[in-house]
Design a protein around this ligand. Structure first.
Ligand code: FAD
Length: 494
């Protein structure tokens, strides 16, 4: 089949009878529901975009020759990475990076898994069948242009006791088996894009704690309409009745996040990637090629958002003629984040290499640092926007007020920008900024950025634990040299 159109995607969504709860309502038709329909349209746009820009966004499936989205590419060269980067950039610009989990996110993740099957076979090769199922799934994903969500994190109940999996029935685990399927029970979080996905994937976020029963080592994909699969959405940040000029993001880009309960769900065995192999579960997400692969997508998304924020902040300052030293300093701060992010991306591609399975992935060292850094830079950029905007973020005329014949001249007279900038532009820009950082969706987005690829804490620890040995070689030598030099000079004193 290959790439789908937006209309085909929406039809598939309507035909699926998933159990999506929003507030007290079980939503049967997400395509037409007031809180979901605009994001469903944004997703349809994601699908249509590939046909509008086929040179940038479509490639040929290596086996069937069908057109598939560029995010499914398993890169074979540096040129492939450059081409994919340009396509991902175009995609991220559609939502200014606000929708972090459009299908390209999972597509790139699974292209990374499929590009390095040894990881899924496991350290001792104990998971041959699971690895084959994973490769088959990636073919199905790319050839059917499936929209996928993922839950990789265990729920928190009691931070002191949660690691005692033997006595913790909450995390997802296997409770039974038939000839053709396994049966799973428990919960996982947090399925971003759940109302707009066709399938839900489950794979490890962290290794299991020591002593955890093997039944907790499960990984698979499951259709969103599987009986017993229940999604509890957070309150919506969508503003379906607002004018897009008043709320450009909340009227289109609330991708939703949902807590996921598996109430004894049957998973066909061909969709199971790990079934009790703890050694595979605990190692498959170790820093490997999939990791810098997905970091190219996520860092491009972040760069788009940072570039937008820099221009927005600069325009906000211009509108009120704010040239104070402190403001210029903050604008320069955002620009330094923009440039460092772009440099990391460029370096990761320039330093890319072939991995043992023969495929090319970006250089991990250039991108690993970005995980923890972006999780602190993004909230900092929001703070800067709020500092520069201050009360002006709230002192804005709405579209309806600007269109009112009595109010319009008063607004033009009493709410103008500096240097001849119109009251209308002032309101539009500051409302856009408020929707970006201050609306319900803006607040959610900030939390998202802090947890986008695990917490800052987890990322800093991972950077030190996994890369310390390699990264310290030069530093250790410098420490040794300095010590030797100091000893020699001290000895010479006597
Ligand atoms: C909006 C949003 C969307 C999400 N979407 C998805 C999704 O689509 N799929 C998915 O699987 N997951 C999703 N998640 C979940 C996300 O993956 C996790 O929230 C994230 O990985 C953090 O989980 P963690 O276990 O790493 O948290 P932790 O590392 O436990 O961090 C939680 C908090 O505790 C702090 N902390 C950690 N360790 C310590 C310590 N020793 N002492 C003190 N403080 C500490 C951290 O700094 C952080 O503030 C989403 C989360 C959010 C907020």
């Amino acid at each position: 089949m290959g790439a789908r159109t937006g209309a085909e995607y929406l039809k598939g969504l309507q035909e699926s009878t998933r159990e999506i709860w929003l507030g007290g309502e079980s939503v049967t038709d997400v395509v037409n529901h007031p809180q979901f329909r605009q994001t469903a349209q944004a997703m349809a746009h994601w699908y249509d975009l590939q046909f509008a820009h086929p040179d940038q966004l479509l490639i040929k499936d290596e086996e069937t020759g069908e057109p598939i989205n560029i995010s499914h590419m398993i890169p074979h060269s540096r040129e492939d990475l450059v081409k994919r980067g340009e396509g991902l950039r175009l995609i991220s610009e559609q939502s200014i990076g606000i929708m972090g989990r459009t299908p390209d996110y999972m597509n790139v993740t699974f292209a990374g898994f499929a590009g390095n099957p040894s990881d899924w076979r496991g350290p001792s090769g104990s998971n041959e069948q699971g690895a084959r199922n994973m490769m088959d799934w990636q073919k199905r994903l790319r050839r059917n242009d499936i929209s996928t969500t993922h839950t990789i994190v265990h729920p928190v109940v009691d931070k002191e006791k949660d690691s005692d999996f033997a006595n913790n029935p909450v995390p997802l685990h296997k409770v039974g088996e038939t000839k053709d399927s396994i049966i799973v029970r428990g919960a996982r979080l947090l399925a971003t894009l759940a109302p707009f996905a066709d399938e839900q994937t489950v794979y490890p976020g962290h290794p299991l704690p020591p002593g955890a029963p093997t039944s907790y080592a499960v990984s698979f994909t499951v259709r969103m309409d599987a009986p017993g699969l229940i999604f509890l959405c957070r309150d919506s940040g969508a503003r379906p009745d607002a004018n897009p000029l008043d709320a450009p993001f909340s009227t289109r880009f609330d991708e939703q996040d949902a807590y996921c309960i598996f109430d004894d769900v049957e998973i066909p065995k061909e969709n199971v990637w790990i079934d009790g192999q703890v050694e595979v579960y605990n190692t498959v997400m170790m820093p490997s090629s999939w990791w810098p692969n997905i970091m190219q997508q996520t860092t491009i998304r972040a760069l788009t958002k940072l570039e937008f924020a820099y221009a927005l902040a600069s325009r906000m300052a211009e509108i009120v003629n704010d040239n104070r030293e402190g403001t210029v300093d903050k604008l320069g701060e955002i620009l330094s984040y923009v440039d460092a992010t772009r440099n990391a991306l460029d370096a990761a591609v320039a330093n890319a290499k072939a991995w043992p399975d023969g495929n090319w992935f970006p250089n991990p060292r250039n991108l690993t640092c970005m995980r923890a850094l972006l999780a602190t830079w993004m909230p900092r950029v929001n703070d800067i926007l709020k500092d520069i905007g201050s009360h002006n973020l709230l002192a804005t005329a709405s579209r309806g007020q600007l269109d009112d014949a009595r109010l319009r001249p008063l607004i033009e007279k009493f709410l103008p920008g500096a240097n001849g900038i119109s009251a209308e532009e002032r309101s539009l820009i500051y409302r856009m900024a408020w929707d970006f950082v201050g609306s319900a969706l803006g607040a959610r987005n900030e939390l998202y950025e802090k947890n986008y690829l695990a917490s800052v804490h987890t990322n800093r620890m991972a950077a030190h634990m996994f890369y310390s040995h390699e990264q310290r070689k030069l530093g250790d030598q410098l420490v040794a040299n300095m010590l030797a030099d100091a000893k020699a000079r001290a000895a010479a004193l006597h």
